[in-house]
Write a protein that binds this ligand. Structure first.
Ligand code: NAI
Length: 360
Protein backbone atom coordinates (compact mmCIF):
# COMPACT_ATOMS: atom_id res chain seq x y z
CA UNK A 1 0.00 0.00 0.00
CA UNK A 2 1.21 3.52 -0.73
CA UNK A 3 0.18 6.39 1.53
CA UNK A 4 0.78 9.24 -0.86
CA UNK A 5 0.25 12.94 -0.90
CA UNK A 6 -0.20 14.53 -4.29
CA UNK A 7 1.76 17.51 -5.63
CA UNK A 8 1.11 20.81 -3.79
CA UNK A 9 -0.65 18.96 -1.07
CA UNK A 10 -0.14 19.50 2.62
CA UNK A 11 1.32 16.30 4.10
CA UNK A 12 -0.83 14.27 6.44
CA UNK A 13 -0.96 16.04 9.81
CA UNK A 14 1.78 14.83 12.12
CA UNK A 15 -0.65 15.24 14.97
CA UNK A 16 -3.02 12.68 13.50
CA UNK A 17 -2.80 9.17 14.84
CA UNK A 18 -1.95 6.98 11.86
CA UNK A 19 -1.53 3.78 13.89
CA UNK A 20 -3.31 0.94 12.25
CA UNK A 21 -4.08 2.58 8.92
CA UNK A 22 -1.60 0.39 7.08
CA UNK A 23 -2.89 -2.70 8.89
CA UNK A 24 -6.46 -1.82 8.01
CA UNK A 25 -5.48 -1.16 4.39
CA UNK A 26 -3.77 -4.54 4.26
CA UNK A 27 -6.83 -6.32 5.68
CA UNK A 28 -9.11 -4.63 3.14
CA UNK A 29 -6.49 -4.97 0.37
CA UNK A 30 -6.67 -1.26 -0.39
CA UNK A 31 -3.87 -0.50 -2.80
CA UNK A 32 -3.22 3.18 -2.19
CA UNK A 33 -4.55 6.25 -0.41
CA UNK A 34 -4.08 9.84 -1.56
CA UNK A 35 -4.60 12.99 0.47
CA UNK A 36 -5.18 16.58 -0.57
CA UNK A 37 -5.56 19.55 1.72
CA UNK A 38 -6.21 23.20 0.96
CA UNK A 39 -6.84 25.05 4.26
CA UNK A 40 -7.88 28.27 2.50
CA UNK A 41 -10.82 26.49 0.88
CA UNK A 42 -11.55 24.13 3.77
CA UNK A 43 -10.68 21.18 1.56
CA UNK A 44 -9.64 17.88 3.10
CA UNK A 45 -9.91 15.18 0.44
CA UNK A 46 -9.03 11.49 0.63
CA UNK A 47 -9.04 9.07 -2.30
CA UNK A 48 -8.64 5.35 -1.67
CA UNK A 49 -7.91 3.09 -4.62
CA UNK A 50 -8.68 -0.53 -3.91
CA UNK A 51 -8.18 -2.30 -7.22
CA UNK A 52 -7.63 -1.34 -10.86
CA UNK A 53 -7.31 -4.78 -12.45
CA UNK A 54 -10.74 -4.55 -14.14
CA UNK A 55 -10.30 -0.89 -15.18
CA UNK A 56 -9.89 2.53 -13.61
CA UNK A 57 -11.04 2.73 -10.01
CA UNK A 58 -14.50 4.25 -10.09
CA UNK A 59 -16.14 5.62 -7.00
CA UNK A 60 -18.36 8.45 -5.85
CA UNK A 61 -17.26 11.53 -3.95
CA UNK A 62 -18.81 11.60 -0.50
CA UNK A 63 -18.89 15.01 1.18
CA UNK A 64 -20.05 14.75 4.80
CA UNK A 65 -18.97 15.63 8.36
CA UNK A 66 -16.81 13.10 10.21
CA UNK A 67 -16.09 12.82 13.92
CA UNK A 68 -12.39 12.35 13.14
CA UNK A 69 -9.98 12.12 10.22
CA UNK A 70 -9.36 8.50 11.15
CA UNK A 71 -13.06 7.75 10.82
CA UNK A 72 -13.00 9.31 7.36
CA UNK A 73 -10.02 7.20 6.31
CA UNK A 74 -11.66 4.03 7.57
CA UNK A 75 -14.84 4.95 5.72
CA UNK A 76 -13.12 5.65 2.42
CA UNK A 77 -11.14 2.39 2.57
CA UNK A 78 -14.20 0.25 3.22
CA UNK A 79 -16.19 2.09 0.57
CA UNK A 80 -13.39 1.58 -1.97
CA UNK A 81 -13.34 -2.14 -1.28
CA UNK A 82 -17.11 -2.24 -1.70
CA UNK A 83 -16.80 -0.56 -5.09
CA UNK A 84 -14.36 -3.22 -6.29
CA UNK A 85 -16.70 -5.95 -5.13
CA UNK A 86 -19.70 -4.22 -6.70
CA UNK A 87 -18.00 -3.91 -10.05
CA UNK A 88 -16.61 -7.45 -10.00
CA UNK A 89 -19.88 -9.00 -8.84
CA UNK A 90 -21.80 -7.20 -11.61
CA UNK A 91 -19.01 -7.94 -14.14
CA UNK A 92 -18.43 -4.27 -14.92
CA UNK A 93 -15.28 -2.85 -16.53
CA UNK A 94 -14.18 -0.83 -13.50
CA UNK A 95 -11.95 -1.15 -10.50
CA UNK A 96 -12.91 0.11 -7.08
CA UNK A 97 -12.09 3.39 -5.39
CA UNK A 98 -13.79 6.09 -3.39
CA UNK A 99 -13.31 9.70 -2.39
CA UNK A 100 -14.25 11.31 0.87
CA UNK A 101 -14.29 15.06 1.44
CA UNK A 102 -14.33 15.85 5.14
CA UNK A 103 -16.92 18.58 5.02
CA UNK A 104 -16.13 21.63 7.14
CA UNK A 105 -18.83 23.52 8.99
CA UNK A 106 -19.31 25.70 5.94
CA UNK A 107 -17.91 25.82 2.41
CA UNK A 108 -17.87 29.53 1.54
CA UNK A 109 -16.89 29.01 -2.11
CA UNK A 110 -18.28 25.68 -3.31
CA UNK A 111 -17.08 26.24 -6.89
CA UNK A 112 -13.47 26.89 -5.87
CA UNK A 113 -13.68 23.98 -3.41
CA UNK A 114 -14.73 21.48 -6.10
CA UNK A 115 -12.36 22.93 -8.71
CA UNK A 116 -9.43 22.44 -6.34
CA UNK A 117 -10.64 18.93 -5.60
CA UNK A 118 -10.87 18.31 -9.36
CA UNK A 119 -7.20 19.27 -9.77
CA UNK A 120 -6.40 16.63 -7.18
CA UNK A 121 -8.38 14.03 -9.19
CA UNK A 122 -6.57 15.14 -12.34
CA UNK A 123 -3.20 14.63 -10.61
CA UNK A 124 -4.05 10.93 -10.23
CA UNK A 125 -3.86 10.60 -14.03
CA UNK A 126 -7.01 8.59 -14.54
CA UNK A 127 -6.38 5.85 -11.98
CA UNK A 128 -9.46 7.17 -10.19
CA UNK A 129 -12.70 8.35 -11.81
CA UNK A 130 -15.36 9.92 -9.65
CA UNK A 131 -19.13 10.36 -9.57
CA UNK A 132 -21.89 11.55 -7.21
CA UNK A 133 -22.43 10.20 -3.72
CA UNK A 134 -23.88 11.41 -0.44
CA UNK A 135 -23.40 15.17 -0.16
CA UNK A 136 -22.58 15.77 -3.84
CA UNK A 137 -24.78 16.18 -6.89
CA UNK A 138 -24.66 16.57 -10.65
CA UNK A 139 -23.85 20.30 -10.44
CA UNK A 140 -20.75 19.48 -8.35
CA UNK A 141 -19.73 16.96 -11.04
CA UNK A 142 -20.16 19.72 -13.64
CA UNK A 143 -17.78 21.90 -11.61
CA UNK A 144 -15.29 19.05 -11.32
CA UNK A 145 -15.48 18.49 -15.09
CA UNK A 146 -14.01 21.97 -15.69
CA UNK A 147 -10.66 20.76 -14.36
CA UNK A 148 -10.58 17.05 -15.08
CA UNK A 149 -11.97 14.55 -17.54
CA UNK A 150 -12.02 11.84 -14.87
CA UNK A 151 -15.58 12.43 -13.73
CA UNK A 152 -18.94 10.83 -14.55
CA UNK A 153 -22.53 11.80 -13.76
CA UNK A 154 -22.19 15.28 -15.24
CA UNK A 155 -25.25 16.90 -16.79
CA UNK A 156 -23.60 16.52 -20.20
CA UNK A 157 -22.94 12.80 -19.72
CA UNK A 158 -24.77 10.16 -17.70
CA UNK A 159 -26.36 12.53 -15.15
CA UNK A 160 -27.66 11.39 -11.78
CA UNK A 161 -27.61 7.57 -11.49
CA UNK A 162 -29.94 7.46 -8.48
CA UNK A 163 -33.06 6.50 -10.45
CA UNK A 164 -31.26 3.42 -11.78
CA UNK A 165 -29.94 2.61 -8.34
CA UNK A 166 -33.48 2.74 -6.98
CA UNK A 167 -34.75 0.41 -9.73
CA UNK A 168 -32.01 -2.08 -8.89
CA UNK A 169 -32.92 -1.99 -5.20
CA UNK A 170 -36.56 -2.50 -6.14
CA UNK A 171 -35.64 -5.62 -8.14
CA UNK A 172 -33.57 -6.89 -5.23
CA UNK A 173 -36.50 -6.38 -2.84
CA UNK A 174 -38.87 -8.16 -5.23
CA UNK A 175 -36.51 -11.15 -5.39
CA UNK A 176 -36.02 -11.25 -1.63
CA UNK A 177 -39.78 -11.05 -1.01
CA UNK A 178 -40.33 -13.85 -3.53
CA UNK A 179 -37.81 -16.12 -1.77
CA UNK A 180 -38.69 -15.25 1.84
CA UNK A 181 -42.47 -14.83 1.62
CA UNK A 182 -43.24 -16.75 -1.60
CA UNK A 183 -44.98 -13.63 -2.89
CA UNK A 184 -44.48 -12.36 -6.44
CA UNK A 185 -45.56 -8.78 -5.82
CA UNK A 186 -45.26 -6.16 -3.11
CA UNK A 187 -48.94 -5.72 -2.28
CA UNK A 188 -49.22 -4.85 1.43
CA UNK A 189 -45.53 -5.63 2.05
CA UNK A 190 -44.34 -3.23 4.77
CA UNK A 191 -41.07 -1.54 3.84
CA UNK A 192 -39.21 0.76 6.24
CA UNK A 193 -36.93 3.19 4.41
CA UNK A 194 -34.15 4.94 6.30
CA UNK A 195 -33.14 8.02 4.30
CA UNK A 196 -35.25 9.77 1.66
CA UNK A 197 -32.50 11.26 -0.46
CA UNK A 198 -31.81 10.80 -4.15
CA UNK A 199 -32.28 7.03 -3.99
CA UNK A 200 -34.58 6.60 -0.99
CA UNK A 201 -37.25 8.98 -2.28
CA UNK A 202 -37.27 7.36 -5.72
CA UNK A 203 -37.44 3.92 -4.15
CA UNK A 204 -40.38 5.06 -2.02
CA UNK A 205 -42.25 6.07 -5.19
CA UNK A 206 -41.51 2.76 -6.92
CA UNK A 207 -42.60 0.73 -3.90
CA UNK A 208 -45.77 2.79 -3.49
CA UNK A 209 -46.68 2.17 -7.15
CA UNK A 210 -46.49 -1.55 -6.40
CA UNK A 211 -48.77 -1.40 -3.40
CA UNK A 212 -46.20 -1.57 -0.60
CA UNK A 213 -46.91 0.15 2.71
CA UNK A 214 -44.16 2.57 3.66
CA UNK A 215 -42.63 3.56 6.98
CA UNK A 216 -40.02 6.29 6.53
CA UNK A 217 -37.54 8.45 8.36
CA UNK A 218 -35.07 11.17 7.41
CA UNK A 219 -33.23 14.03 9.07
CA UNK A 220 -35.04 16.36 6.69
CA UNK A 221 -38.67 17.00 7.72
CA UNK A 222 -39.60 18.28 4.24
CA UNK A 223 -38.64 14.99 2.64
CA UNK A 224 -40.68 13.07 5.18
CA UNK A 225 -43.68 15.31 4.55
CA UNK A 226 -43.35 14.80 0.79
CA UNK A 227 -43.34 11.05 1.28
CA UNK A 228 -46.34 11.15 3.61
CA UNK A 229 -48.30 13.39 1.20
CA UNK A 230 -47.39 11.64 -2.06
CA UNK A 231 -47.07 8.01 -1.00
CA UNK A 232 -49.20 7.75 2.13
CA UNK A 233 -46.15 6.81 4.19
CA UNK A 234 -46.10 6.62 7.97
CA UNK A 235 -43.20 8.53 9.48
CA UNK A 236 -41.15 7.50 12.50
CA UNK A 237 -38.18 9.16 14.16
CA UNK A 238 -34.62 8.42 13.06
CA UNK A 239 -34.21 6.42 16.29
CA UNK A 240 -37.19 4.17 15.56
CA UNK A 241 -36.73 3.25 11.93
CA UNK A 242 -34.36 0.30 12.43
CA UNK A 243 -36.78 -1.32 14.87
CA UNK A 244 -39.87 -0.52 12.79
CA UNK A 245 -42.53 -3.21 12.58
CA UNK A 246 -41.99 -4.11 8.93
CA UNK A 247 -41.18 -6.92 6.51
CA UNK A 248 -38.30 -5.22 4.72
CA UNK A 249 -35.81 -2.73 6.15
CA UNK A 250 -34.26 -0.59 3.39
CA UNK A 251 -31.25 1.39 4.65
CA UNK A 252 -30.80 4.26 2.17
CA UNK A 253 -28.77 6.75 4.22
CA UNK A 254 -25.27 6.08 5.52
CA UNK A 255 -23.37 2.91 6.37
CA UNK A 256 -22.79 0.95 9.58
CA UNK A 257 -26.47 0.76 10.52
CA UNK A 258 -26.45 -2.97 11.19
CA UNK A 259 -24.53 -3.04 14.45
CA UNK A 260 -24.85 -4.69 17.86
CA UNK A 261 -27.62 -2.36 18.93
CA UNK A 262 -29.59 -2.82 15.68
CA UNK A 263 -29.35 -6.60 15.93
CA UNK A 264 -31.30 -6.59 19.17
CA UNK A 265 -34.17 -4.55 17.72
CA UNK A 266 -34.62 -5.39 14.02
CA UNK A 267 -38.04 -6.89 13.29
CA UNK A 268 -37.74 -7.08 9.49
CA UNK A 269 -37.21 -10.45 7.83
CA UNK A 270 -35.34 -8.87 4.91
CA UNK A 271 -32.70 -6.13 4.84
CA UNK A 272 -32.26 -4.64 1.38
CA UNK A 273 -31.37 -1.04 0.63
CA UNK A 274 -29.07 1.30 -1.26
CA UNK A 275 -26.68 2.42 1.47
CA UNK A 276 -23.10 1.27 1.11
CA UNK A 277 -21.46 -0.66 3.97
CA UNK A 278 -24.66 -1.40 5.84
CA UNK A 279 -22.95 -3.99 8.03
CA UNK A 280 -20.84 -2.32 10.73
CA UNK A 281 -18.68 -5.45 10.48
CA UNK A 282 -18.99 -8.71 8.57
CA UNK A 283 -19.79 -10.50 11.83
CA UNK A 284 -23.04 -8.57 12.02
CA UNK A 285 -24.07 -10.21 8.74
CA UNK A 286 -23.33 -13.61 10.29
CA UNK A 287 -25.62 -12.78 13.16
CA UNK A 288 -28.40 -11.70 10.81
CA UNK A 289 -28.07 -15.08 9.13
CA UNK A 290 -28.32 -16.93 12.44
CA UNK A 291 -31.47 -14.93 13.22
CA UNK A 292 -32.91 -16.05 9.88
CA UNK A 293 -32.98 -12.49 8.51
CA UNK A 294 -32.09 -12.36 4.82
CA UNK A 295 -29.55 -9.63 4.11
CA UNK A 296 -29.14 -8.61 0.47
CA UNK A 297 -25.50 -7.48 0.26
CA UNK A 298 -25.49 -3.73 -0.34
CA UNK A 299 -23.28 -3.80 -3.39
CA UNK A 300 -25.51 -6.38 -5.04
CA UNK A 301 -28.69 -4.37 -4.45
CA UNK A 302 -27.28 -0.95 -5.28
CA UNK A 303 -25.33 -1.75 -8.47
CA UNK A 304 -27.92 -0.07 -10.73
CA UNK A 305 -26.19 3.31 -10.62
CA UNK A 306 -22.83 1.86 -11.56
CA UNK A 307 -24.46 -0.15 -14.34
CA UNK A 308 -25.99 3.05 -15.68
CA UNK A 309 -22.62 4.82 -15.53
CA UNK A 310 -21.05 1.91 -17.44
CA UNK A 311 -23.66 1.48 -20.19
CA UNK A 312 -25.64 4.73 -20.26
CA UNK A 313 -29.32 4.73 -21.12
CA UNK A 314 -29.35 1.50 -23.13
CA UNK A 315 -31.10 -1.84 -23.35
CA UNK A 316 -28.01 -3.37 -21.75
CA UNK A 317 -28.49 -1.14 -18.70
CA UNK A 318 -32.15 -2.12 -18.42
CA UNK A 319 -31.35 -5.83 -18.77
CA UNK A 320 -28.51 -5.75 -16.27
CA UNK A 321 -30.59 -3.88 -13.69
CA UNK A 322 -33.34 -6.44 -14.25
CA UNK A 323 -30.75 -9.20 -13.72
CA UNK A 324 -30.18 -7.99 -10.15
CA UNK A 325 -33.41 -9.90 -9.42
CA UNK A 326 -31.84 -13.18 -10.61
CA UNK A 327 -28.59 -12.48 -8.75
CA UNK A 328 -30.49 -12.08 -5.48
CA UNK A 329 -32.50 -15.28 -6.04
CA UNK A 330 -29.26 -17.11 -6.80
CA UNK A 331 -27.54 -15.68 -3.70
CA UNK A 332 -30.43 -16.60 -1.45
CA UNK A 333 -30.43 -20.20 -2.69
CA UNK A 334 -26.66 -20.58 -2.49
CA UNK A 335 -26.73 -19.16 1.00
CA UNK A 336 -29.40 -21.64 2.05
CA UNK A 337 -27.75 -24.66 0.42
CA UNK A 338 -24.23 -23.88 1.70
CA UNK A 339 -25.47 -22.57 5.08
CA UNK A 340 -23.27 -19.58 4.51
CA UNK A 341 -24.45 -15.99 5.10
CA UNK A 342 -25.36 -14.13 1.90
CA UNK A 343 -22.67 -11.44 2.30
CA UNK A 344 -19.98 -14.11 2.57
CA UNK A 345 -21.32 -15.92 -0.51
CA UNK A 346 -21.34 -12.64 -2.48
CA UNK A 347 -17.89 -11.61 -1.23
CA UNK A 348 -16.48 -14.94 -2.33
CA UNK A 349 -17.94 -14.56 -5.83
CA UNK A 350 -16.58 -11.00 -6.10
CA UNK A 351 -13.15 -12.00 -4.76
CA UNK A 352 -12.86 -14.88 -7.23
CA UNK A 353 -13.70 -12.52 -10.12
CA UNK A 354 -11.12 -10.03 -8.86
CA UNK A 355 -8.46 -12.75 -8.63
CA UNK A 356 -9.22 -13.77 -12.22
CA UNK A 357 -8.97 -10.20 -13.49
CA UNK A 358 -5.66 -9.69 -11.63
CA UNK A 359 -4.30 -12.83 -13.31
CA UNK A 360 -5.54 -11.88 -16.80
P1 NAI B 1 -28.47 11.43 -0.41
O1 NAI B 1 -27.41 12.25 0.25
O2 NAI B 1 -29.22 12.01 -1.56
O3 NAI B 1 -29.55 10.95 0.66
C1 NAI B 1 -29.25 10.49 1.93
C2 NAI B 1 -30.47 10.80 2.79
O4 NAI B 1 -30.30 10.17 4.05
C3 NAI B 1 -30.66 12.29 3.06
O5 NAI B 1 -32.00 12.66 2.78
C4 NAI B 1 -30.32 12.44 4.56
O6 NAI B 1 -31.04 13.48 5.18
C5 NAI B 1 -30.73 11.06 5.07
N1 NAI B 1 -30.11 10.67 6.32
C6 NAI B 1 -28.84 10.84 6.74
N2 NAI B 1 -28.67 10.32 7.96
C7 NAI B 1 -29.87 9.79 8.32
C8 NAI B 1 -30.34 9.09 9.47
N3 NAI B 1 -29.54 8.83 10.50
N4 NAI B 1 -31.63 8.67 9.48
C9 NAI B 1 -32.45 8.92 8.45
N5 NAI B 1 -32.05 9.58 7.33
C10 NAI B 1 -30.78 10.01 7.28
O7 NAI B 1 -27.76 10.06 -0.83
P2 NAI B 1 -28.21 9.02 -1.94
O8 NAI B 1 -27.54 9.34 -3.22
O9 NAI B 1 -29.68 8.84 -1.91
O10 NAI B 1 -27.49 7.68 -1.42
C11 NAI B 1 -28.01 6.98 -0.30
C12 NAI B 1 -27.09 5.81 0.00
O11 NAI B 1 -27.02 4.96 -1.14
C13 NAI B 1 -25.64 6.19 0.30
O12 NAI B 1 -25.11 5.32 1.25
C14 NAI B 1 -24.93 6.01 -1.02
O13 NAI B 1 -23.56 5.75 -0.88
C15 NAI B 1 -25.66 4.81 -1.57
N6 NAI B 1 -25.64 4.70 -3.01
C16 NAI B 1 -26.15 5.69 -3.78
C17 NAI B 1 -26.13 5.58 -5.16
C18 NAI B 1 -26.74 6.61 -6.02
O14 NAI B 1 -26.96 6.33 -7.22
N7 NAI B 1 -27.07 7.78 -5.53
C19 NAI B 1 -25.51 4.41 -5.82
C20 NAI B 1 -25.06 3.39 -4.90
C21 NAI B 1 -25.10 3.55 -3.55
Amino acid sequence: MHLLSSPNIVPFSAATDTNGIFDQAAVLRVNDIHLCSDPGLGLKAIVAIHDTSRGPALGGTRCIRYASERQAIDDVMRLAQGMSYKSAFARLPYGGGKAVLIRPESVPDRTAYFERYAEFIESLNGRFVTAVDVGTDVSDMDTIARKTQYVMCTSAASGDPSNHTAHGVLNAILAAVCECFEQNDLASVRVAIQGLGKVGMRLAGLLHERGANLIVSDLDKNRIQQCVDEFGATSVSIHEIIAADCDVLAPCALGGVIDNQALTTIRAKIICGAANNQLAQDEHGDRLFSKNIFYVPDYVANAGGLIHISFGSSIETTERIQAIYDSVIDLFRRSRVTRNPSHRVANEIAKQRLIKSRQA
